[in-house]
Design a protein around this ligand. Structure first.
Ligand code: MRU
Length: 343
């Protein structure tokens, strides 16, 4: 029986955190030990750890480990400083700011002069445990969308490598597979950092779920074939009006799905819903280094763009709510008009 993916994060002895370095997958399964908050900031910035819910969990664990290491010297001021630094690493995923906000609020409940470390660890663990539970509920809510024989198309990686549990977009697929249904996934490669081909295909094939990788530019043609039951993607932030920021390329998939009458769903826990952001235009979009486009292939990269050419590298795009059939959430499968239930 093939195994699922290993947990991408764990507490380690001596106030360290153990991370699966996702930049090295699928070629190498290497774990790194982090023992400073700056290392966590670097790991999040470089996408060693990634996926909106998981970076919230990882950042919270980083803050907790730092506080525990400092012992009696840990202060609220120090927690606030660490949270500000980590919050700046990736601006689009609201789960990061949400989790760090929880850490700061919890720190504020600890009386001045009392040790902070244990409360910080408890809060980080609670964020992780709640996320695992929300993934399970998303899987249950999305299960009817993945019947026997279904093929699901997805973009980027919103699976176990991106969350504290079985994922968001991939949770209904895992549930369907566990229920004995023969299901399969078409995974967009996801340029430029290849989260679809490197990570989604890795975790699904390890779990024994047949997966076909396509280059991003093939998604429209594949949707036209008529064999895709639905598209399910994750989200980095969902605005109050239901517009969704997710990995760059998601918007194009949503347009193609609409053109071919294929239902397009967004799966996300309530920590991804941001009622303070009115619509997609107000979502901050992270722009990343041009070399991610100029030099294709990570560490073994070779130049694929002439140096004279300008490069635009937004990490996310916004899919308007009008293109989204439904939201698969921990509170059930919701329409745009029902999103207020998550408040
Ligand atoms: O840049 P990444 O790899 O962190 O982007 C991840 C995505 O876009 C995911 O779809 C999103 O964070 C949801 S993960 C459950």
């Amino acid at each position: 029986m093939p195994s699922g993916p290993p947990p991408p994060i764990a507490w380690a002895p001596d106030h360290q955190i153990r991370l699966l370095d996702q930049t090295l997958l699928p070629g190498e399964e290497r774990y790194i030990l982090l023992d400073h908050i700056e290392q966590m900031a670097e790991a999040i910035s470089l996408l060693r750890v990634r996926g909106a819910p998981l970076i919230g969990i990882a950042a919270a664990m980083g803050v907790a480990s730092a506080a525990r290491r400092l012992g009696a010297a840990a202060t609220r001021h120090g927690v606030d400083y660490d949270c500000r630094m980590l919050r700046a690493t990736r601006p689009t995923a609201v789960n990061l700011a949400w989790a760090l906000g929880r850490m700061q609020s919890r720190a504020a409940t600890v009386a001045e002069g009392l040790p902070l470390g244990e409360s910080m660890v408890a809060e980080a663990q609670a964020i992780w445990d709640e996320d695992r539970l929300m993934c399970d509920r998303i899987g249950d809510a999305g299960l009817p969308l993945v019947p026997e024989g279904a093929t699901v198309l997805t973009h980027c990686n919103a699976g176990a490598l991106a969350t504290g549990g079985i994922g968001t977009a991939l949770a209904p697929v895992y549930r369907a597979h566990a229920a004995g249904r023969k299901v399969q996934v078409v995974a967009d490669e996801t340029r430029p950092l290849l989260q679809g081909s490197r990570l989604t295909a890795w975790e699904l094939t390890r779990a024994g779920i047949p997966t076909t990788v396509i280059a991003d530019g093939m998604a429209a043609s594949r949707l036209r074939l008529g064999d895709i039951a639905c598209v399910i993607v994750g989200a980095d932030r969902i605005a109050a009006n239901g517009d969704v920021a997710n990995k760059i390329g998601t918007y194009g998939v949503a347009l193609a799905a609409q053109a071919h009458g294929v239902p397009f769903y967004v799966a996300a826990p309530r920590s991804t819903f941001d009622s303070a952001t009115p619509d997609g235009a107000a979502i901050p979009i992270e722009e990343r280094h041009p070399d991610e486009i100029r030099r294709h292939g990570g560490a073994a990269a070779r130049q694929t763009t002439p140096p004279e050419a300008a490069v635009w590298n937004p990490a996310f795009d916004v899919t308007p709510a009008a293109l989204i059939r439904g939201y698969i959430t921990d509170a059930g499968l919701l329409t745009r008009m029902e999103l207020h239930r998550l408040a």
